[in-house]
Ligand binder design. Sequence first.
Ligand SMILES: [Zn+2]
Length: 167
Amino acid sequence: MTTEALFVRISPDLRSAIDEYLAEKGMSLGSGVADLLARGLEAAGAENAIGALEQSLADARASLRERDEQLGEASARVASAEAKVESLRTLAIQLEGAPAGRCPAPGCGTSFNAIDLVVRRQCSKGHALTSVLEQASHTPGLNSTETLIALGAIALLIGLVVASRSV
Ligand SMILES: [Zn+2]
């Protein structure tokens, strides 16, 4: 094995610690110091590897935390969407349970609810309730076009809820 000389200045304390180590191991100054240097290098390399591992562990923890937060936000969004659908369902049930009027078809007079009027647009016996809607939209103080557009939007919304409920 070829060798090279390395001259370094060290403190007297370090020198006496090295001498003690060499005496204990029964090693010569040259081979003992070379051994210590090699071990020191190995330890420094391991420290770097540990540092890299710690860094990637920290990165993994950070991205897990981020994913947790995203999951939390997503489930909060789902919960609030479910709450909205639920309150619309409750509204649909209430509208369906509340009588809104009586069918104007001659000889009928069946009571109809808001869902019959706005969504189904007929009484339970199949008479069209469009005339009731038109009459309502001509109520003084109401803009008939806007009222009909609003009724159409409500009908669409409630219709969707009623449809999803029956599935
Ligand atoms: Zn009727």
